[in-house]
Design a protein around this ligand. Sequence first.
Ligand code: PSU
Ligand code: MN
Length: 305
Amino acid sequence: MSQFLRTHPEVAAALASGAPVVALESTIISHGMPWPQNVETAHAVEQRVRDAGAVPATIALLDGEIAIGLDASQLERFGQSSTVDKVSRRDMARVLTAGQDGATTVASTMWCAHQAGIKVFATGGIGGVHRDVAISGDVSADLEELAQTPVAVVCAGVKSILDIGRTLQYLETRGVPVYGYRSDQFPAFYTTDSGFAVDARFDSPAELAAALSTQWALGFDSGAVVGNPIPADLAMPNDVITDAVESALSACAREGVSGPAVTPFLLKRVAESTGGDSLKSNIALIKHNAFVAGEIAVALVRAQS
Ligand code: PSU
Ligand code: MN
């Protein structure tokens, strides 16, 4: 395994000394936002992790290796490329063998983080059960990864392009805890409340870290979802999001988009129809998640020492 890992020296030093590290995904850079906001956001997100006292490790596949931590020129290369593959669990071996660049999703970033010894990961939103699951069978590999890889994922919930109730049910069935950070409700990405409750609410990084620490000390191999709502003043109006999602879903059906192309297609349509406001919300919530993930990583190191 270690032959495939290329860990950035700063990240390697942090891991070797038991210092807190936060993993970050790269699909958000290559497929989630336009250039140059994507690269600016990637830097800002890393800075927020540092502000909380942890070391950021953006994860991506580069030249046949798993890069754990990217430098500025590598972030730029990812942000500017339009040919980077979206890489989930099943794509890892193929893309590494071909020596291609690959942007890691929540599923593959979790897996890579775990191989490197990183326990906390910040992103925007996770994948889930699609609304048309009865027809398409589309359930993101992110959910299966959460069931089998012990990494905590701090996110702003899931977008309402998905069936949020079924997504939470799937996580329950597969034994994945869903926690709320300073929230009783599971957030819905652009909005603070999905209408579904979390399993438990935690108001401090230390309490959250204690629950994670116990989970892993007990030998459970699953991850955890930490729902961290978008700051209320930056949330989008409900009706704007509902309309954008409805029209994106119709376009998806009309154009016959399927498989791994579905999520990027829906994200792009929603972003286009809501204009610059949604991008602003998106950037703000990711930065917020990065800071909270940094705090949890710091608390986890304390809890385990
Ligand atoms: N949801 C978002 N933003 C994203 C994604 C999901 O709100 O950028 C990306 C993440 O990388 C996630 C992936 O892991 O899409 C899920 O894709 P799929 O549904 O094909 O598993
Ligand atoms: Mn899918």
